[in-house]
Design a protein. Structure first.
Length: 117
């Protein structure tokens, strides 16, 4: 596993931090997510998407269905990225963003993280 990049956005007091990894083994995914949850204990959500060989997965981590993991997954597919994991840690700022803004924010912060790939 190798951390390739980190990006950050703040929208309406919610802080989104994207971590972009190259992964060599599917078992690294769970380890990375668990470590980020430990490191960011006060974060409300830790969402992710990955593509590894012929496998893919995503999680909204209690965000509204399809608003978090799916935009990350779609980004990996559009860019044809494989053996990659994107994790976004969200610190909730007290204001609900709504489905559209939430989807755009997850996509935007992840796009910044993978911009060099």
């Amino acid at each position: 596993m190798k951390l390739l990049n980190v990006s950050e956005l703040t929208i309406k007091k919610s802080k989104f931090i994207a971590f972009y990894y190259h992964i060599d083994d599917i078992n690294e995914i769970k380890c990375i997510i668990n470590n980020l949850k430990l490191e960011h204990k006060k974060a409300k959500h830790v969402v992710y998407a990955y593509r590894f060989l012929n496998t893919a997965g995503k999680s909204d981590d209690k965000e509204p269905k399809g608003t978090a993991g799916l935009p990350l997954y779609n980004l990996l597919m559009q860019k044809k990225l494989n053996n990659k994991l994107i994790v976004v840690v969200r610190y909730f700022g007290g204001t609900l963003l709504g489905v559209g803004l939430l989807q755009r924010t997850y996509k935007d912060v992840a796009s910044k993280a993978i911009k060099n790939d």
